[in-house]
Design a protein around this ligand. Structure first.
Ligand code: BG6
Ligand code: MG
Length: 221
């Protein structure tokens, strides 16, 4: 049955800005300090996953165990490395197609929502000067379960009082695509189809975000 498209819910890191790269570089630096070689392949498992959960995954590669206090110190250190990158960001760090895509959505009266597991996401969107576009924001500070749990997308849809079936979710991580699919939302993967195989459609970046194609494939009016 046809349904209305009322909101597009965007992940931040790797969709709106290339901050996925900064998270990787910050984790890699921290990991090497404790004798772990964090590979690009292993990093795929960290995308979309919260700070502590990511650290716990990295520490599965360690040959010693860490106390909670040590883990908090390590997570804080990684965040300081990450913020060194964020503090240098400007609107020129927006990924291609972001502003045009937001303008098209606004022109079609479709809500724009942020659903990012990052506790730094508000700082990042301020640095990028795109706060004004968002009708609602859910960040890592508002959730208790990491993607692939659908909590963040359910909260995002609730925040604008729209049913999940009337939303589209946009993600670059496998955890995020699984979270979108788990709450009956149409999923748009950004990146490699091989990694994001459960996505309803997959595109290279937001320059390829085609609202007409989404209406059609997603069965929206
Ligand atoms: C997600 C990123 O958006 O946010 C993850 O994809 C990151 O890589 C997570 O670990 C948490 O981010 P932060 O900024 O709260 O450490
Ligand atoms: Mg992401």
């Amino acid at each position: 049955m046809a349904k209305r498209l009322k909101a597009v819910i965007f992940d931040l890191d790797g969709i709106i800005a290339d901050t996925a790269k900064f998270h990787y570089q910050a984790w890699k630096k921290l990991a090497s300090e404790i004798g772990i070689n964090l590979t690009y392949e292993f990093n795929e498992n960290l995308k979309g996953v919260g700070r502590m959960e990511s650290l716990n995954l990295i520490l599965t590669l360690a040959d010693k165990s860490y106390s909670n206090e040590e883990k908090i110190k390590l997570a804080n250190k990684k965040n300081r490395y990450y913020l060194e990158f964020v503090n240098r960001m400007t609107p020129s760090d927006l990924l291609p197609g972001v502003v045009k895509c937001f303008e098209v959505l606004k022109g079609n009266n479709i809500n724009i929502v942020l659903a990012s597991a990052s506790k730094n996401s508000l700082d990042v969107i301020k640095r990028l000067e795109i706060e004004k576009y968002f009708d609602y924001v859910v960040s890592g500070k508002d959730i208790s379960k990491s993607k692939p749990d659908p909590e963040i997308f359910i909260k995002a849809a609730k925040g604008i009082k729209v049913a999940t079936k009337n939303c589209v979710g946009v993600e670059d991580s496998i955890a995020g695509i699984l979270a979108i699919n788990a709450c009956n939302m149409f999923s748009v993967g950004i990146g490699n189809k091989k990694n994001l195989y459960p996505a309803d459609i997959c595109i290279k970046d937001l320059t390829e975000f085609d609202i007409e194609e989404i209406y059609l494939i997603g069965g929206f009016l």
